[in-house]
Ligand binder design. Sequence first.
Ligand code: PBG
Length: 328
Amino acid sequence: MITGKFPSLRLRRSRKNDWSRRLIEENNLTPNDFILPIFLIDGNNKKQPIKSMPDVYRYTLDNLSRVVDKAIRKGLPMVALFPYTERKKKNELGTEALNEDNLVCRAIQLIKKKYKNDIGIMCDVALDPYTTHGHDGLLKFNYVLNDETNKILINQSILQAQMGCDVLAPSDMMDGRIGEIRKSLDKNGYQMTQILSYAVKYASSFYGPFREAVGSKKLLQGDKKNYQMDYRNSDEAIREVALDIKEGADMVMVKPGLPYLDIIKQIKQNFKIPVMAYQVSGEYSMLTNSINKGLINKSVILESLISFKRAGANAIVSYYADKLDKIL
Ligand code: PBG
């Protein structure tokens, strides 16, 4: 492998000039590498700041077109929709998830009607925006029930597919849900609806700001460790992905992002499947706050985003996705 040695070999030769560094670059970013998360809220003419996420907002549906217009203009392939649900619409069972007039359903219809296939729509499949306890599934004696939750997730999936969602993204970490959702989609005529499985989702404290954004933070009872993965493990990540591929996932997600680059790499090396990385809310807020305080230069954003590509990610879910022209 090593073909020479100092002084005849000097690796700094190719680093000397910018043109040369550009010539030998192994990784780079384009708008195609990004998915933009959008937070939705009921009401009129609102662009509501989120306290823990600088420069990220919740939008009412009458403002949604402006956000999607911008995403398309910037060449982003997909947006991901997340609803903030009012307390009075939440209950123990998260039934608002199955309301065909809920915020996400109305948003999907609005985007599909106006933009057809100019941009993809991805939606979370999970109950946490809708439950009074803040968990992704049904809670019984502090345990999230698996098979009972799957039944609801299947219906949530069918509903979102029916509204026009292109990519269903189960983020709940229940066992067996990918296979069951795939089967039901096919049976109901949604053979072409894709599944992006949050196959590797760790029980992480980096999700804090997101939970504020969707209004589940103060409600969450306990933690999510009985269903989301233990961050001490990586073999388990391989098993999760292997299972989800067998069950019919089109793509898999690793989440959070930066602390889990080793996992992204292992999965890309083990399975030839599209891998998405989620640069989650806590990562976004940490970087942005430090930049805003002048502690670090904003080029850390590009450096972090490229690291996902270097590790093997095909694309990145990022709250920076609509701010790239300021970064790239
Ligand atoms: C909920 C969900 C979470 C995120 C995406 N979907 C939070 C959680 O599991 O508690 C986190 C995203 C982020 O932090 O940016 N199923």
